[in-house]
Design a protein around this ligand. Structure first.
Ligand code: TRP
Length: 355
C-alpha cells in the first residue's frame, strides 16, 4: 500500500478582490505546493470572517470571486482540495469541544485578540457593556485549531503573523491527547511560507485591501496606470553614490514609494530591464515617467492572463460551486471521524444520530 500522503493545509479569509500582496504572499506558494507530492487542502475561512464583521457582508460572493481568481492564477481544484470552512460544519463542533480545554488567560495572549484590544479607543475594555470584543473573536485561535486538527493536517504553511496561532493549535492537540489519554488529534507543524510581504502603493509597510493601497490582480490597464501614477516619488532621497554598474540591491535604500516601484519591477520585468532602471537611478537621471510607464506595462502583462482566466468559459460561479460541493463531500469523512474520536475520548460518546 502506498504511504499516506502528507497533508498540507492552509486557510484564507474571504476578502473579495485579490491583490499582489495576496499573490506573492500566498497564492504563488499554494500553486507551487500543489505540484509536489503532498495532499493540499485550501479552504476559505468564512466563519473566521464573521469574527470581525460589523454588518452583513456578502462573503459568499467574495468567496466565489476569490476562487475564480485562484483558478485563474493556476490553482487547480483537481489537484488541490479546495473547500469552504462552513461547508464543514463539524468544525464548529470541534471548536466547541476544544473550547472546553482552552484557558481564557491563554486566549488573551493571542495576537488577534491583543490587536483588537489595541485598536479600541484608549485600549479601553471596561465600557458600559464590559469588554466589547466578541466571544467569537477571542476564540479565533480555537476555531483555527479546529480547522487544522479536524483534517489531521501535518503541515500548515502560514505567514509570520499566523505562526502563533498554529503553535496554539499544536499545544491544544497535545493537551487534548494528554488530558483524555488518547491519540485523537494529530500534532500539526507550522512551516514558514517563504512569502514576500509587499509594501502598499502608498509606500505603507503592507499592501492590503483595507489599507486601500493595493494593486489588484484583475485591475484593467486604465486603472493600473492611474494607480502607478499615484505612487509617491517626491520623497526621493536622491541618487545613491558608488559604482553605478554594481547590480546591488538598492531597494532598502530607497524612499518608500520608489521602493514599491522597484520591488514590483524586480518581480515582474526581465532582469535587464530592472538593472537598466537601477543604473538610471544611480546616475541620478530623470526617468520617473518612463519608469512608471514601464512598470504599468509589466503589470498589465501579468494581469492579462489572470483577467482572461477569470472570465474563461468553465470558470464561473457554477463551476466553483460544483467543486466546493465535491470537495466538502471528500473532506467530511475525515473530519467527522476526528470529531467522533474526540467525543468518545471526552466521554460523551459518539453521535447516535449521525450515521
Ligand atoms: N487566520 C488565518 C489568516 O488570517 C486564516 C486561517 C483560518 C487559517 N484558519 C486557518 C490559516 C487554518 C491556516 C490554517 O490568514
Amino acid at each position: 500500500m502506498a504511504e499516506k500522503q502528507e497533508v498540507v493545509l492552509s486557510g484564507i479569509r474571504p476578502t473579495g478582490r485579490l491583490h499582489y500582496g495576496n499573490y506573492f504572499g500566498a497564492i504563488k506558494q499554494f500553486v507551487e505546493l500543489q505540484e509536489q507530492d503532498q495532499l493540499c487542502y485550501y479552504f476559505i475561512a468564512d466563519y473566521h470572517a464573521l469574527t470581525t464583521a460589523k454588518e452583513r457582508v456578502d462573503y459568499f460572493r467574495y468567496t466565489l470571486d476569490m476562487l475564480r481568481t485562484y483558478v485563474a492564477c493556476g490553482l487547480d481544484p483537481k489537484k488541490s482540495v479546495i473547500y469552504r470552512q462552513s461547508d464543514l460544519p463539524c468544525t464548529a463542533e470541534l471548536n466547541l469541544l476544544l473550547s472546553m480545554i482552552s484557558n481564557i488567560g491563554h486566549l488573551e495572549r493571542g495576537t488577534t485578540y491583543k490587536d483588537a484590544i489595541a485598536k479600541l479607543p484608549g485600549g479601553n475594555t471596561d465600557g458600559p457593556d464590559g469588554n466589547p470584543i466578541s466571544y467569537g473573536l477571542m476564540g479565533y485561535p480555537i476555531l483555527m485549531a479546529a480547522d487544522i486538527l479536524i483534517v489531521q493536517a501535518d503541515k500548515v504553511p502560514v505567514g509570520d503573523d499566523q505562526r502563533q496561532h498554529v503553535e496554539m493549535a499544536s499545544d491544544m492537540a497535545r493537551k487534548f491527547n494528554h488530558r483524555f489519554n488518547c491519540e485523537a488529534l494529530k500534532i500539526p507543524q507550522g512551516v514558514s511560507r517563504n512569502a514576500l510581504r509587499l509594501p502598499g502603493l502608498d509606500g505603507g509597510t503592507k499592501m492590503g485591501k483595507s489599507e486601500n493601497n493595493d494593486l489588484g490582480l484583475l485591475d484593467d490597464p486604465k486603472l493600473v496606470l492611474k494607480k502607478v501614477k499615484t505612487i509617491p516619488t517626491s520623497t526621493d532621497p536622491g541618487p545613491i553614490q558608488g559604482d553605478s554598474d554594481a547590480p546591488a540591491d538598492i531597494i532598502p535604500q530607497l524612499a518608500p514609494g520608489l521602493a514599491v516601484i522597484y520591488t514590483l519591477l524586480d518581480l515582474l520585468a526581465p532582469e535587464d530591464v530592472y538593472l537598466d532602471f537601477v543604473g538610471k537611478y544611480r546616475r541620478g537621471e530623470k526617468f520617473y515617467g518612463m519608469l512608471k510607464n514601464t512598470l504599468a506595462e509589466h503589470i498589465n502583462d501579468f494581469n492579462a492572463p489572470i483577467i482572461d482566466g477569470f472570465h474563461a468559459e468553465g470558470n464561473n460561479d457554477e463551476s466553483v460551486k460544483q467543486f466546493l460541493m465535491e470537495n466538502a463531500e471528500k473532506v467530511t469523512p475525515v473530519a467527522l471521524d476526528t470529531v467522533e474520536n474526540c467525543r468518545e475520548a471526552m466521554g460523551i460518546g459518539r453521535s447516535l444520530y449521525r450515521a
